[in-house]
Design a protein around this ligand. Structure first.
Ligand code: HEC
Length: 199
């Protein structure tokens, strides 16, 4: 169990956040001071979230950001009803494309080897092969990435490793998705719009 960060370390980032957004933006829609203290809308409250708040928010983010779609085997087929004990344990479903074949990793194992500071650094710079939307993780706020960390850690290091990456030209075993991507644009010009029927 992690101890709560002290107020003094949190205050500056809150002040910077408010200064950047301007006071009007921090209290947009004329929110009453009481509303400013709610976890989701307030910068000050989110930076002082308790570990329990972070776990709950992390679960919510994982659920809505689609991480389970790829990182939890059978999640889409089960309409998202897969038991949490199975979440994020990786998947044997391959994604084959010009990059070779990739497999969604067991994130519980990935995070088991990291402390929070390591995860924040790693996730801010995350670069993976396709089909992982690494840009989506990089675009998340520090608080959201902290929430992912606390939630995934709360699940514990379950499951085994996902299959290893296969380079281009190495056929994967089923099951896998194969992505046929458009080739380079043709050398000849496209039909002009004026010559198209109905224009
Ligand atoms: C469309 C499928 C897909 C979605 C959606 C997806 N991932 Fe991934 N993810 C992958 C694949 C495939 C890899 C392996 C990429 C590689 O081999 O380089 C991966 C790798 C990762 C890695 C690197 C892990 C490691 O040990 O190498 C992290 C971290 C990660 N994903 C986090 C997330 C998070 C957080 C979300 C939700 C915001 C998410 N992913 C959504 C498919 C997906």
């Amino acid at each position: 169990m992690k101890t709560r960060p002290s107020k003094s370390t949190l205050l500056p980032s809150f002040l910077v956040g408010c200064a950047a957004l301007a006071v009007g933006a921090c209290q947009r829609d004329g929110a009453a001071p009481a509303a400013v203290a709610t976890p989701i809308t307030s910068t000050s409250a989110s930076t002082s979230s308790s570990p329990a708040d972070l776990v709950a928010r992390g679960e919510y983010l994982i659920r809505i950001a689609g991480c389970n779609d790829c990182h939890t085997a059978g999640y889409a087929e089960a309409q998202g009803k897969t038991d949490k004990s199975q979440w994020l344990t990786g998947s044997p479903l391959g994604y084959k494309g010009p990059w070779g074949t990739t497999y969604a990793a067991n994130l519980r194992q990935t995070l088991a080897a990291m402390d929070e500071a390591q995860w924040l650094d790693y996730s801010a710079k995350l670069r993976t092969r396709p089909i992982m939307p690494d840009f989506a993780v990089r675009a998340m706020s520090v608080e959201d990435r902290r929430a992912l960390y606390h939630f995934i850690k709360s699940l514990g290091p379950g499951g085994g490793p996902a299959p290893g990456y296969l380079p281009p030209g190495q056929p994967p075993p089923a099951p896998y998705f194969e992505l046929m991507l458009p080739g380079p644009p043709p050398a000849t010009a496209a039909v002009p719009a004026a010559a198209m029927p109905g224009t």
